[in-house]
Design a binder for this molecule. Structure first.
Ligand code: NAP
Length: 334
């Protein structure tokens, strides 16, 4: 049976919190999809979908069905001299997929190296790092509606990618299970090197996409905890986008405040704001903030989801009090 009752969620979330789900369904192959769809009709329950479980915090036991998407495989859909369209199973590990593309000579994902999670989460979250957002390679995706069983292809435009946002974050679209994602990758790399830490690569002779990937991996490893060693969910909050007036007032008072122009307003660094409120390295029982990054909450051992969520709320409130900015979670809190 691909499902179990009253399941321990610890192996399925990178915060490693030990909450339980009423039912857990691990979808390993498409052959199991009819079993899942029948089960949903037979026993309706609130549902949540996980990939690598790296962007979710269970704040308590979940009285519903958790579906873990482990659908694997990939296929070439189209290829010409300059680019290739590849369809990838949503349950493939993201970083392994990035490495596979680099080895095969397909480029565009190098700045997104070492992001935890699965391929299916990339379009949901429109993952981004070091100046590259997933939408730059997204072509389309295929999904199945868990209630009706309808299969549908969503074009990139229909996915409505935004800053750590897509249509699939809207409550009306949470019932779509992403089966496979199609990406357009380039056969010649186009380097994006405008972020701190990557700028030095501009001077490097014969720069390769693998060099960029390795630099990104080194940067991430120097700042971010490995979830298999210190359980965490990556950045807990989104960087806030505020009005130019608001950003100007803060930057006038704090000369070192990082501030980046956007199409509307300015983006501030959530990590910097939290740093000003002295959260880096803070610990309360087993719930804590990583010593090298104020945006990353960590579970030092036996922290509960509720303890981590309380800590996140206190961090959010302190930034609101100090700067009048309410940080929004990037992590899905359940
Ligand atoms: P950082 O270099 O200390 O910069 C802080 C923030 O400023 C970043 O989050 C980034 O926003 C923004 N920023 C920096 N340089 C920028 C530029 N040239 N143009 C526009 N915005 C700029 O950041 P960090 O914490 O070490 O993170 C580096 C990258 O890895 C970032 O892109 C970050 O998003 C990504 N990252 C993601 C996660 C995750 O779990 N999702 C965790 C850690 C880091 P953006 O976030 O919008 O890029």
């Amino acid at each position: 049976m691909p499902f179990s009752i009253d399941a321990d969620l610890r192996p399925y979330n990178t915060f490693s919190v030990a909450h339980r789900a009423a039912e857990l369904f691990v979808l390993d192959t498409e052959d199991e999809l009819p079993i899942l769809l029948n089960r949903i009709v037979e026993k309706p329950l609130p549902t949540t979908i996980l990939g690598g479980g790296s962007n979710v915090l269970f704040a308590k036991d979940y009285p519903g069905r958790v579906i873990v998407n482990r659908l694997k495989g990939f296929a070439v859909v189209y290829e010409d001299d300059t680019s290739i369209l590849l369809q990838v199973g949503a349950g493939e590990n993201w970083h392994q997929w990035v490495l596979h593309c680099l080895e095969s000579g397909y480029y565009g994902l190098e700045n997104l190296s070492l992001i935890p999670g699965c391929v299916g989460a990339a379009p949901v979250q429109n993952i981004g790092a070091y100046g590259v957002e997933f939408e730059s390679v997204l072509h389309e995706l295929e999904a199945v509606h868990l209630q009706s069983g309808e299969r549908r292809v969503f074009s990139k435009q229909e996915c409505k990618p935004g800053y750590r946002y897509s249509l699939f974050k809207e409550p009306d679209y949470e019932g779509w299970l992403i089966i496979a994602v199609t990406m357009r990758l380039q056969k010649k790399p186009i380097f994006v090197l405008n972020y701190r830490g990557l700028e030095a690569l501009r001077e490097q002779m014969n720069l390769t996409a693998t060099d960029v990937s390795q630099a990104v991996i080194a940067l991430r490893q120097s700042k971010l905890p490995d979830p298999t060693i210190i359980p965490n969910g990556g950045s807990f909050f989104k960087n806030p986008i505020v009005s130019a007036e608001k950003a100007g007032a803060i930057c006038e008072q704090f000369l070192d405040c990082p501030c980046f122009p956007q199409s509307a307003g300015k983006k501030l660094s959530a990590a910097w704001l939290l740093d000003q409120a002295s959260w880096k390295g803070y610990r309360r029982g087993d719930a804590g903030v990583y010593q090298n990054h104020a945006l990353v909450l960590v579970n030092h051992g036996q922290a509960t989801g509720a303890e981590l969520w309380q800590l996140a709320c206190d961090m959010r409130d302190s930034v609101d009090e100090k700067f009048g900015i309410c940080l929004e979670p990037e992590i899905r809190v359940i």
